[in-house]
Write a protein that binds this ligand. Structure first.
Ligand code: SAM
Ligand code: SF4
Length: 324
Protein backbone atom coordinates (compact mmCIF):
# COMPACT_ATOMS: atom_id res chain seq x y z
CA UNK A 1 0.00 0.00 0.00
CA UNK A 2 1.15 3.57 -0.63
CA UNK A 3 0.50 5.64 2.49
CA UNK A 4 1.80 9.12 3.22
CA UNK A 5 2.70 10.64 6.59
CA UNK A 6 -0.81 12.18 6.79
CA UNK A 7 -2.56 8.82 6.43
CA UNK A 8 -3.68 9.33 2.84
CA UNK A 9 -3.58 6.33 0.52
CA UNK A 10 -2.32 7.05 -2.99
CA UNK A 11 -4.24 5.15 -5.64
CA UNK A 12 -3.99 7.37 -8.72
CA UNK A 13 -0.97 7.82 -11.00
CA UNK A 14 -0.65 10.62 -13.54
CA UNK A 15 1.81 9.32 -16.10
CA UNK A 16 3.35 11.88 -18.48
CA UNK A 17 4.65 9.93 -21.48
CA UNK A 18 6.34 12.75 -23.41
CA UNK A 19 7.12 16.44 -23.00
CA UNK A 20 6.64 17.09 -26.74
CA UNK A 21 3.48 18.65 -28.06
CA UNK A 22 1.82 19.70 -31.32
CA UNK A 23 0.32 22.86 -29.71
CA UNK A 24 1.96 25.77 -27.89
CA UNK A 25 -0.72 26.87 -25.43
CA UNK A 26 0.28 30.24 -23.99
CA UNK A 27 -0.43 29.24 -20.39
CA UNK A 28 1.72 26.10 -20.75
CA UNK A 29 4.71 26.70 -23.05
CA UNK A 30 6.65 29.55 -24.66
CA UNK A 31 6.19 30.01 -28.44
CA UNK A 32 9.56 28.38 -29.16
CA UNK A 33 8.77 25.32 -27.05
CA UNK A 34 11.03 24.15 -24.24
CA UNK A 35 14.25 22.20 -24.09
CA UNK A 36 12.63 18.85 -24.96
CA UNK A 37 14.14 15.70 -23.47
CA UNK A 38 16.17 13.54 -25.88
CA UNK A 39 14.30 10.31 -26.61
CA UNK A 40 17.04 8.25 -24.93
CA UNK A 41 16.16 9.97 -21.64
CA UNK A 42 12.47 8.99 -21.74
CA UNK A 43 11.27 5.89 -19.91
CA UNK A 44 10.80 3.11 -22.45
CA UNK A 45 7.52 1.16 -22.51
CA UNK A 46 9.26 -1.86 -20.99
CA UNK A 47 10.56 0.30 -18.14
CA UNK A 48 7.07 1.72 -17.62
CA UNK A 49 5.58 -1.80 -17.52
CA UNK A 50 8.18 -2.91 -14.97
CA UNK A 51 7.24 0.05 -12.79
CA UNK A 52 3.52 -0.47 -13.44
CA UNK A 53 3.72 -4.02 -12.08
CA UNK A 54 5.18 -2.66 -8.84
CA UNK A 55 2.65 0.19 -8.60
CA UNK A 56 -0.32 -2.11 -9.25
CA UNK A 57 0.94 -4.35 -6.47
CA UNK A 58 1.20 -1.27 -4.20
CA UNK A 59 -2.47 -0.40 -4.75
CA UNK A 60 -2.51 2.06 -7.65
CA UNK A 61 -5.86 1.46 -9.36
CA UNK A 62 -6.17 4.41 -11.73
CA UNK A 63 -3.70 5.72 -14.31
CA UNK A 64 -4.08 8.83 -16.45
CA UNK A 65 -1.85 9.27 -19.50
CA UNK A 66 -0.79 12.84 -20.02
CA UNK A 67 2.18 14.82 -21.29
CA UNK A 68 3.07 16.96 -23.33
CA UNK A 69 0.65 15.53 -25.81
CA UNK A 70 0.41 11.78 -25.10
CA UNK A 71 -0.60 11.04 -28.70
CA UNK A 72 2.69 12.58 -29.86
CA UNK A 73 4.47 9.53 -28.41
CA UNK A 74 5.05 6.77 -30.95
CA UNK A 75 2.98 3.56 -30.67
CA UNK A 76 0.90 4.85 -27.77
CA UNK A 77 -1.78 2.12 -28.21
CA UNK A 78 0.90 -0.46 -27.27
CA UNK A 79 1.38 1.33 -23.94
CA UNK A 80 -2.38 1.70 -23.47
CA UNK A 81 -2.96 -1.99 -23.95
CA UNK A 82 -0.25 -2.96 -21.45
CA UNK A 83 -1.57 -0.53 -18.84
CA UNK A 84 -5.22 -1.56 -19.38
CA UNK A 85 -4.16 -5.10 -18.50
CA UNK A 86 -2.67 -3.91 -15.20
CA UNK A 87 -5.03 -1.19 -13.90
CA UNK A 88 -8.85 -1.20 -13.58
CA UNK A 89 -9.18 2.46 -14.62
CA UNK A 90 -7.25 4.05 -17.45
CA UNK A 91 -7.80 7.58 -18.76
CA UNK A 92 -6.05 10.10 -21.00
CA UNK A 93 -5.76 13.89 -21.06
CA UNK A 94 -5.27 15.09 -24.63
CA UNK A 95 -5.59 18.17 -26.79
CA UNK A 96 -7.48 15.93 -29.23
CA UNK A 97 -5.69 17.02 -32.40
CA UNK A 98 -4.52 13.49 -33.26
CA UNK A 99 -7.39 11.69 -31.57
CA UNK A 100 -9.62 11.12 -34.64
CA UNK A 101 -6.89 9.04 -36.29
CA UNK A 102 -6.15 6.96 -33.16
CA UNK A 103 -9.60 6.53 -31.63
CA UNK A 104 -10.32 3.04 -33.00
CA UNK A 105 -6.93 1.67 -31.96
CA UNK A 106 -7.21 3.23 -28.51
CA UNK A 107 -10.70 1.80 -28.01
CA UNK A 108 -9.46 -1.65 -29.05
CA UNK A 109 -6.60 -1.29 -26.56
CA UNK A 110 -9.07 -0.50 -23.76
CA UNK A 111 -9.31 3.29 -23.47
CA UNK A 112 -12.72 5.00 -23.27
CA UNK A 113 -12.22 7.79 -20.71
CA UNK A 114 -10.88 11.11 -21.93
CA UNK A 115 -10.20 14.62 -20.69
CA UNK A 116 -10.14 16.84 -23.74
CA UNK A 117 -8.46 20.24 -23.40
CA UNK A 118 -10.53 22.87 -25.21
CA UNK A 119 -10.24 26.40 -23.86
CA UNK A 120 -12.56 28.16 -26.27
CA UNK A 121 -15.54 27.43 -28.49
CA UNK A 122 -14.47 30.14 -30.96
CA UNK A 123 -12.05 29.15 -33.77
CA UNK A 124 -10.23 32.51 -33.95
CA UNK A 125 -9.53 32.42 -30.22
CA UNK A 126 -8.27 28.84 -30.40
CA UNK A 127 -5.39 30.01 -32.58
CA UNK A 128 -4.58 32.89 -30.25
CA UNK A 129 -4.48 30.61 -27.21
CA UNK A 130 -2.73 27.56 -28.70
CA UNK A 131 -0.67 29.27 -31.45
CA UNK A 132 -1.77 26.51 -33.85
CA UNK A 133 -4.69 26.29 -36.27
CA UNK A 134 -6.20 23.03 -35.01
CA UNK A 135 -9.66 24.03 -33.78
CA UNK A 136 -11.47 21.87 -36.35
CA UNK A 137 -9.50 18.76 -35.37
CA UNK A 138 -10.20 19.21 -31.66
CA UNK A 139 -13.93 19.82 -32.25
CA UNK A 140 -14.02 16.73 -34.47
CA UNK A 141 -12.42 14.75 -31.64
CA UNK A 142 -15.14 15.95 -29.27
CA UNK A 143 -17.91 14.96 -31.70
CA UNK A 144 -16.43 11.49 -32.17
CA UNK A 145 -16.04 10.92 -28.44
CA UNK A 146 -19.68 11.86 -27.84
CA UNK A 147 -20.93 9.78 -30.78
CA UNK A 148 -19.16 6.74 -29.36
CA UNK A 149 -20.51 7.25 -25.86
CA UNK A 150 -17.06 7.74 -24.29
CA UNK A 151 -16.72 9.24 -20.84
CA UNK A 152 -15.70 12.86 -21.62
CA UNK A 153 -14.54 15.79 -19.55
CA UNK A 154 -13.53 19.06 -21.19
CA UNK A 155 -10.68 20.93 -19.47
CA UNK A 156 -10.86 24.72 -19.77
CA UNK A 157 -8.07 26.88 -18.36
CA UNK A 158 -9.89 30.12 -17.57
CA UNK A 159 -8.00 33.30 -18.49
CA UNK A 160 -9.12 36.85 -17.93
CA UNK A 161 -9.61 38.76 -21.17
CA UNK A 162 -9.03 35.63 -23.27
CA UNK A 163 -11.88 33.20 -22.63
CA UNK A 164 -13.48 34.13 -19.29
CA UNK A 165 -16.51 35.51 -21.15
CA UNK A 166 -17.23 31.95 -22.36
CA UNK A 167 -17.93 30.43 -18.93
CA UNK A 168 -21.67 30.31 -19.59
CA UNK A 169 -21.23 28.93 -23.13
CA UNK A 170 -19.36 25.98 -21.64
CA UNK A 171 -22.02 25.55 -18.93
CA UNK A 172 -24.61 25.43 -21.75
CA UNK A 173 -22.63 22.55 -23.30
CA UNK A 174 -23.25 20.50 -20.12
CA UNK A 175 -26.97 21.18 -20.48
CA UNK A 176 -26.95 19.84 -24.05
CA UNK A 177 -24.52 16.92 -23.80
CA UNK A 178 -23.65 14.17 -21.33
CA UNK A 179 -20.19 15.54 -20.56
CA UNK A 180 -18.42 17.34 -17.74
CA UNK A 181 -16.73 20.69 -18.15
CA UNK A 182 -13.97 21.52 -15.69
CA UNK A 183 -12.80 25.09 -15.34
CA UNK A 184 -9.17 25.22 -14.18
CA UNK A 185 -7.45 28.09 -12.37
CA UNK A 186 -4.35 29.07 -14.37
CA UNK A 187 -1.18 28.03 -12.58
CA UNK A 188 2.23 29.69 -12.89
CA UNK A 189 3.63 26.92 -15.09
CA UNK A 190 4.51 28.22 -18.52
CA UNK A 191 8.26 28.78 -18.31
CA UNK A 192 7.54 32.40 -19.18
CA UNK A 193 5.47 35.05 -17.38
CA UNK A 194 3.69 32.93 -14.78
CA UNK A 195 0.08 33.58 -15.96
CA UNK A 196 -0.50 36.13 -13.16
CA UNK A 197 -2.15 38.75 -15.40
CA UNK A 198 -4.85 36.35 -16.61
CA UNK A 199 -5.63 34.58 -13.34
CA UNK A 200 -9.32 34.12 -12.45
CA UNK A 201 -9.96 32.56 -9.03
CA UNK A 202 -12.28 29.67 -8.19
CA UNK A 203 -14.67 31.93 -6.12
CA UNK A 204 -14.93 34.44 -8.95
CA UNK A 205 -15.73 31.71 -11.50
CA UNK A 206 -18.38 30.27 -9.19
CA UNK A 207 -19.96 33.70 -8.53
CA UNK A 208 -20.18 34.38 -12.23
CA UNK A 209 -21.81 31.02 -12.97
CA UNK A 210 -24.18 31.33 -9.99
CA UNK A 211 -25.33 34.76 -11.14
CA UNK A 212 -26.74 33.18 -14.29
CA UNK A 213 -27.69 29.85 -12.62
CA UNK A 214 -28.71 30.54 -9.00
CA UNK A 215 -30.21 27.04 -8.90
CA UNK A 216 -26.77 25.37 -9.32
CA UNK A 217 -26.48 22.27 -7.10
CA UNK A 218 -23.20 21.01 -5.64
CA UNK A 219 -22.55 17.30 -6.18
CA UNK A 220 -18.85 16.83 -5.41
CA UNK A 221 -17.17 13.45 -5.24
CA UNK A 222 -14.72 12.45 -2.52
CA UNK A 223 -11.11 12.65 -3.72
CA UNK A 224 -11.89 14.63 -6.88
CA UNK A 225 -9.56 17.47 -7.81
CA UNK A 226 -12.66 19.54 -8.73
CA UNK A 227 -15.59 20.97 -6.84
CA UNK A 228 -18.51 19.71 -8.93
CA UNK A 229 -21.92 21.24 -9.66
CA UNK A 230 -24.92 20.54 -11.87
CA UNK A 231 -27.45 22.87 -13.39
CA UNK A 232 -30.74 21.10 -12.55
CA UNK A 233 -31.94 19.13 -15.57
CA UNK A 234 -28.54 19.28 -17.30
CA UNK A 235 -27.14 16.08 -18.81
CA UNK A 236 -23.60 16.84 -17.66
CA UNK A 237 -21.83 18.59 -14.80
CA UNK A 238 -19.61 21.60 -14.20
CA UNK A 239 -16.45 21.36 -12.10
CA UNK A 240 -14.01 23.98 -10.93
CA UNK A 241 -10.42 22.96 -10.19
CA UNK A 242 -8.76 25.25 -7.65
CA UNK A 243 -5.36 24.33 -9.05
CA UNK A 244 -3.66 27.50 -7.82
CA UNK A 245 -5.69 28.08 -4.63
CA UNK A 246 -5.07 24.44 -3.70
CA UNK A 247 -8.08 24.13 -1.41
CA UNK A 248 -8.63 20.40 -2.14
CA UNK A 249 -5.12 19.13 -1.27
CA UNK A 250 -6.35 17.49 1.95
CA UNK A 251 -7.87 14.56 0.06
CA UNK A 252 -5.15 14.25 -2.60
CA UNK A 253 -4.58 10.64 -3.70
CA UNK A 254 -2.28 11.41 -6.64
CA UNK A 255 1.25 10.46 -7.58
CA UNK A 256 3.02 11.76 -10.69
CA UNK A 257 5.64 10.36 -13.03
CA UNK A 258 7.42 12.64 -15.49
CA UNK A 259 8.51 11.48 -18.98
CA UNK A 260 12.09 11.25 -17.71
CA UNK A 261 11.07 8.93 -14.91
CA UNK A 262 10.98 11.30 -11.94
CA UNK A 263 8.29 10.37 -9.44
CA UNK A 264 6.66 13.43 -7.83
CA UNK A 265 4.36 13.58 -4.83
CA UNK A 266 2.84 16.89 -5.89
CA UNK A 267 2.38 19.11 -8.92
CA UNK A 268 4.38 21.73 -7.05
CA UNK A 269 7.27 19.34 -6.28
CA UNK A 270 10.71 19.99 -7.70
CA UNK A 271 12.54 17.27 -5.79
CA UNK A 272 11.40 13.82 -6.81
CA UNK A 273 12.53 10.23 -6.84
CA UNK A 274 14.71 9.61 -9.93
CA UNK A 275 13.64 6.19 -11.16
CA UNK A 276 15.24 6.08 -14.61
CA UNK A 277 18.81 5.32 -13.45
CA UNK A 278 17.49 2.71 -11.01
CA UNK A 279 15.43 0.99 -13.70
CA UNK A 280 18.38 1.04 -16.13
CA UNK A 281 20.59 -0.47 -13.44
CA UNK A 282 18.15 -3.41 -13.23
CA UNK A 283 16.60 -2.73 -9.82
CA UNK A 284 14.39 -5.58 -8.59
CA UNK A 285 10.67 -5.22 -7.85
CA UNK A 286 10.98 -5.59 -4.08
CA UNK A 287 13.67 -2.94 -3.73
CA UNK A 288 11.78 -0.59 -6.08
CA UNK A 289 8.61 -0.97 -4.04
CA UNK A 290 10.43 -0.11 -0.82
CA UNK A 291 12.01 3.03 -2.31
CA UNK A 292 8.67 4.23 -3.68
CA UNK A 293 6.91 3.61 -0.37
CA UNK A 294 9.57 5.60 1.51
CA UNK A 295 9.34 8.49 -0.98
CA UNK A 296 5.52 8.60 -0.92
CA UNK A 297 5.51 8.61 2.88
CA UNK A 298 7.15 12.05 2.78
CA UNK A 299 4.31 13.67 0.76
CA UNK A 300 3.54 17.09 2.25
CA UNK A 301 0.07 18.03 3.47
CA UNK A 302 -0.64 20.58 0.73
CA UNK A 303 0.72 22.06 -2.48
CA UNK A 304 1.44 25.25 -0.53
CA UNK A 305 3.71 23.34 1.84
CA UNK A 306 5.45 21.61 -1.07
CA UNK A 307 6.04 24.94 -2.77
CA UNK A 308 7.39 26.49 0.43
CA UNK A 309 9.78 23.63 1.06
CA UNK A 310 10.91 22.81 -2.48
CA UNK A 311 10.56 25.79 -4.82
CA UNK A 312 13.14 28.53 -5.19
CA UNK A 313 11.48 31.16 -7.41
CA UNK A 314 7.87 31.66 -8.41
CA UNK A 315 8.03 30.83 -12.12
CA UNK A 316 7.95 27.11 -12.63
CA UNK A 317 8.87 24.79 -15.47
CA UNK A 318 6.37 24.20 -18.24
CA UNK A 319 3.45 21.95 -17.39
CA UNK A 320 4.41 19.90 -20.40
CA UNK A 321 7.33 18.37 -18.51
CA UNK A 322 5.16 17.57 -15.47
CA UNK A 323 1.90 16.43 -17.03
CA UNK A 324 -0.66 18.68 -15.31
N1 SAM B 1 -1.47 17.97 -23.96
C1 SAM B 1 -2.52 17.43 -23.19
C2 SAM B 1 -3.63 18.42 -23.02
O1 SAM B 1 -3.41 19.61 -23.19
O2 SAM B 1 -4.73 17.99 -22.68
C3 SAM B 1 -2.09 16.86 -21.86
C4 SAM B 1 -1.04 17.62 -21.08
S1 SAM B 1 -1.55 19.17 -20.41
C5 SAM B 1 -0.07 19.70 -19.61
C6 SAM B 1 -2.62 18.65 -19.11
C7 SAM B 1 -3.60 19.71 -18.63
O3 SAM B 1 -2.88 20.74 -17.98
C8 SAM B 1 -4.39 20.36 -19.76
O4 SAM B 1 -5.77 20.27 -19.49
C9 SAM B 1 -3.94 21.80 -19.72
O5 SAM B 1 -4.98 22.68 -20.06
C10 SAM B 1 -3.51 21.95 -18.28
N2 SAM B 1 -2.54 23.04 -18.08
C11 SAM B 1 -1.38 23.25 -18.74
N3 SAM B 1 -0.74 24.35 -18.28
C12 SAM B 1 -1.53 24.85 -17.30
C13 SAM B 1 -1.43 25.97 -16.44
N4 SAM B 1 -0.39 26.80 -16.49
N5 SAM B 1 -2.41 26.17 -15.54
C14 SAM B 1 -3.49 25.32 -15.46
N6 SAM B 1 -3.63 24.23 -16.24
C15 SAM B 1 -2.67 24.01 -17.16
FE1 SF4 C 1 0.47 21.02 -25.36
FE2 SF4 C 1 -1.34 20.36 -23.50
FE3 SF4 C 1 0.60 22.17 -22.98
FE4 SF4 C 1 -1.32 22.82 -24.68
S1 SF4 C 1 -1.58 22.32 -22.50
S2 SF4 C 1 0.91 23.14 -25.00
S3 SF4 C 1 -1.75 20.92 -25.63
S4 SF4 C 1 0.88 20.04 -23.36
Amino acid sequence: MLLDQHGRQLTYLRLAVTDRCNLRCRYCMPAGGIDFAPRSELLTYDEIFHLADVLAELGITKVRLTGGEPLARRDLPVLVQGLAERFPTLAMTTNGVLLPQYLDELAAAGLTTYNLSLDTLRPDRFFRITRRDEYAATRRALELLLERGCNVKINVVVMRGQNDDELLDFVALTQEHALDVRFIEAMPFNDDDGNHDVFVSYPEMLDRIRLAHPELVQCSEQGSSAVIFRVPGARGRVGIIPAYSRSLCGSCNRLRLTPKGTMLNCLYSTKGLELLPLLRAGIGQYELAELIQAYVYGKYATGHETERREQQGNIFASMTSIGG
